[in-house]
Design a binder for this molecule. Structure first.
Ligand SMILES: [Zn+2]
Length: 145
């Protein structure tokens, strides 16, 4: 049996659990027998998330888990300058700016419309353009040093 508390990380009072935190948690849970996808879905539905939200979260969690557990070479691969993901988002610059959990901010350029925006390295391979592909809003682009 899964303890409900394991599913949802505790957060400081008055602060909603961040998407990021949930994804970390899901990524771990998804690969922990005997919890299966159906159980995660059911728990999320009970939390009032829509089917579409759940799909997004599960997909993102899986991708994140793959990145977290992949060999360093794959990680290097998706965060090198010039890397282009399947949606045509290309890494143009690595910045010195960090984010939560030691993530680093990269500058990406959409090869479809030329829009530039910043994102965490973890997301580089799944990013869609915020301008022309209905992707999530980018982070502010850090100044070049
Ligand atoms: Zn674009």
């Amino acid at each position: 049996m899964i303890d409900r508390h394991e599913l949802f990380p505790t957060v400081p009072k008055g602060q909603p659990a961040s998407r990021e935190l949930w994804m970390d948690q899901f990524a771990r849970l998804l690969h922990q027998p005997p919890l299966d996808e159906a159980a995660v879905r059911e728990a999320l539905l009970r939390r009032g998330l829509s089917g579409r939200d759940i799909d997004d979260l599960l997909t993102a969690a899986r991708r994140k888990y793959e990145v977290m557990t992949s060999q360093p070479t794959s990680w290097e691969h998706i965060t090198r300058i010039g890397y282009r993901n399947p949606d045509g988002q290309e890494i143009v610059r690595k910045t010195d700016v960090g984010g939560p959990q030691g993530q680093r901010i990269y500058v990406l350029r959409c090869t479809v419309c030329g829009h530039e925006y910043a994102a965490y390295g973890f997301d580089a391979d799944i990013r869609r353009c915020p301008h022309c592909q209905d992707g999530p809003a980018g982070l502010p682009v850090p100044a070049e040093t």
